[in-house]
Design a protein around this ligand. Structure first.
Ligand code: ATP
Ligand code: GCO
Length: 170
């Protein structure tokens, strides 16, 4: 399938902070020839300030952010797109799916130690590595009835993006 085809999936690249959503999401979008959106760009300023101060977001904080991402997804429905979004809890994914039932989730999955080492090397990002544990605590893996797949974050970004591409329902 190519970008010229009428029905391209919208893909949410999900996972904890530092799992590689932005890195892999962009590569996947390029591979598909569709637009990429960065979830962090949808946060209200208060959310960025809260995380920067070392506090995890709660459901109420995430609600307007999820709605903004949901609006982007809805606008891309049928035309394809890739958006990074932690989408840690089932109910967040249900919210994103509400207006886009065919949404496909790619969960970038890996051990805390590996992600922690990647975050320690990351420069100039508001998200403190100390919040990683809270992200794992919130994470609810994809359930059997959810449209999506789990992709390991072992190896380099290109290989991960290729594994994700191969798993898409194209
Ligand atoms: N496969 C990889 N191998 C090595 N380093 C990687 C890999 N994927 C991502 N990284 C690096 O790990 C760090 C985290 O990646 P990235 O910012 O893409 O994660 P993220 O899930 O989007 O994080 P956040 O949710 O906090 O924005 C970055 O410095 C990135 O360059
Ligand atoms: O749901 C959340 O707690 C947030 O979306 C975080 O995941 C951050 O936005 C992101 O990971 C930091 O870049």
């Amino acid at each position: 399938m190519t970008a010229a085809d009428p029905q391209l999936p919208v893909v949410v690249v999900m996972g904890v902070s530092g799992s590689g959503k932005s890195t892999v999401g962009l590569l996947l979008a390029q591979r598909l020839g569709v637009p990429y959106a960065e979830a962090d760009d949808f946060h209200p300023a208060e959310n960025i300030a809260k995380m920067s101060a070392g506090h995890p977001l709660d459901d109420a904080d995430r609600a307007p952010w999820l709605d903004a991402i949901g609006a982007w997804i809805k606008a891309r429905d049928g035309r394809g797109g890739v958006v990074s979004c932690s989408a840690l809890r089932r109910r967040y994914r249900d919210r994103l799916r509400a207006d886009a039932p065919d949404l496909f989730f790619v969960h970038l999955d890996g051990p805390l130690e590996l992600i922690s080492s990647r975050l320690a090397a990351r420069m100039e990002h508001f998200m403190p590595p100390g919040l990683l544990r809270s992200q794992f605590d919130a994470l609810e893996p994809l359930e059997a009835d959810e449209n999506g797949t789990v992709v390991s974050i072992e190896g380099g970004p290109q290989a991960i993006a290729e594994r994700a591409y191969e798993a898409l329902p194209l």
